[in-house]
Design a protein around this ligand. Sequence first.
Ligand code: OGA
Ligand code: NI
Length: 363
Amino acid sequence: MAPVTTEQDYDRLTEVKQFDESKIGVKGLLDSGITTIPRFFHHPPENLPGPKPKNRPRLTIPVIDLSGDRSTVVEQIRQSASTLGFFQIINHSIPVTLIDSAVGSVKEFFEQPNEYKMRFYHREAGKGAAYSTNFDLYQSKAASWRDTLQVRMSPVEPDWNAVPEMCRAALAEWDKAVVGLGEELMLILCDGLGVKSDKLKELSCLEGRACVSHYYPTCPQPELTVGIASHTDPGVLTVLVQNEVGGLLQVKCGDDWADVEAVHGAIIINIGDLLQMMSNDEYKSVEHRVLANPAQGARVSIAVFFNPSNRDKLYGPFPELISTTNPAVYREFKYDDYMRRFFTKELNGKTLTNFYKIDNTKE
Ligand code: OGA
Ligand code: NI
């Protein structure tokens, strides 16, 4: 049967296409002087933050001092990774100036004139570098108020000519620092699980890195849309830094949302779906979202996603964690199959892990 297309759907697709083909992104829309947002950005009420519950202390994510005693750090990270799935680290040995220059270079790019940015605009995820807006623009029911610059760092180095000039040196340096940090964190996370320390490294999890920089401009009607819809990250681990416009990133905590306080110089870490599955649910990949930005200045963040580079291997729960009392909760799968599923759906909630789940109650 042919899909039913209503008048409203048709209008929506036309408007979305027009916006995409204009290549100006959300920032360009804002600069055009709009005071109300196009209706294809309107999210249903269930996606929007309701009024804050009164009389409850503000929930925040843990801050871990990475320079502390090793066994304490392993325990603190294991604890956070097993519950909230998010933590911030301080005293992590990456100079704050490196964070500031990476974030600053991205901000500078997004604040260039439309004509400059348009040269980098496309939606071909496979290419080394892409500026665009809402990677799921054509899959999602509602668009979100942010633009994105994605650079694939490895296993193949990007074509640096395809990366905006002002970001080249800063993002290359940032990537180098983040690999070192990623390695340290993976060792700690493996220790916390009680598996061989370099297990994740051996599985090539340091080598499939994507550096995804987001720009969240001021939103004229922040109560009607979001910056990024609630989702979990698909990969192993995410390393995130942001500028000073805080209070917009939130992490799901039961029925509630915990705020991620912007601590200058701190680095936010979260567990992805793949690590949740490899750890057989010991570590948790938790839903998070960014609210639409009501502030005068733009919020800027850079997420580095760590994925395996070996796409032919089968991934699944580590065999050494499995026993008769602790059976595998997931079946094995190829990473390629997994990423295809991620990129053909809208960014929405936590659905990928469920797809590979084994129902152990049946037998
Ligand atoms: C992401 C993400 C949060 C942010 O890119 O997956 O959750 O603060 N980003 O930009
Ligand atoms: Ni995310």
